[in-house]
Design a binder for this molecule. Sequence first.
Ligand code: AMP
Length: 235
Amino acid sequence: MALNLLMLGPPGAGKGTQAERFARTHNIPKISTGDILREAVAAGTDIGSRAKATMDRGELVNDDVMIGILRERIEREDACGGFVLDGFPRTVAQAAALDGLMAGRDPLTVVDIVVPEPELVRRLASRLICESCGVGAPMGGGSEVACARCGGKLVQRTDDDEAVVRERLKVYHRQSEPLVEYYRVRPTFRSIDGTQPPDRVAADIAAAIESTGVGAVDGVGKAVDKNGVRQGAQP
Ligand code: AMP
């Protein structure tokens, strides 16, 4: 059974970090629509040029554009055996479109990472990302210069300055928070306390997924089916 995991939560909740980690340990792709847009901006594509101003204001890019991007991405071969979604859906219209795209696939497992607003503002104002690989890193005493993963330059995201952060949080409450109610009624929905250290959050996510019975996770962090057979293992 493929594990199709969806990370919900406001900006700064740690979705990206946890999605990246989960995808790496389970050998499935992390699909971040924010990363896809930032790559498009950097490459100067049509979509990138049109999305940049919207992103810099902290607003959401048009649903049709985002649904098109997501459709193209999850139809690629590497997403057939499962994926982790980070940053999509952001609106109920995107969630409804995703349900359509999921027809014939294993169900979505939805994890909502909960963090109070003052902590989100503090985290967003003090985070850096790698200019090359996009991985996040907390801002320390100013001594950090290179990404621990690829050695790339660490920079602040242009949409992480305080005014834009406030706008992104408003947009989250207005347009994305209703998704929690949209998914809460499903048997595969779980809430996670995102204020804990990242290792603890990761362990809670693994336990939450296991408790749903969909693509359970064994002790070494590999996805297994209900019979305990590791996914991808030879019969
Ligand atoms: P993120 O890296 O997920 O915080 O996304 C950065 C920015 O990209 C957001 O503030 C939006 O402007 C845009 N974006 C990313 N994903 C979506 C989406 N699913 N729908 C609309 N806009 C998005």
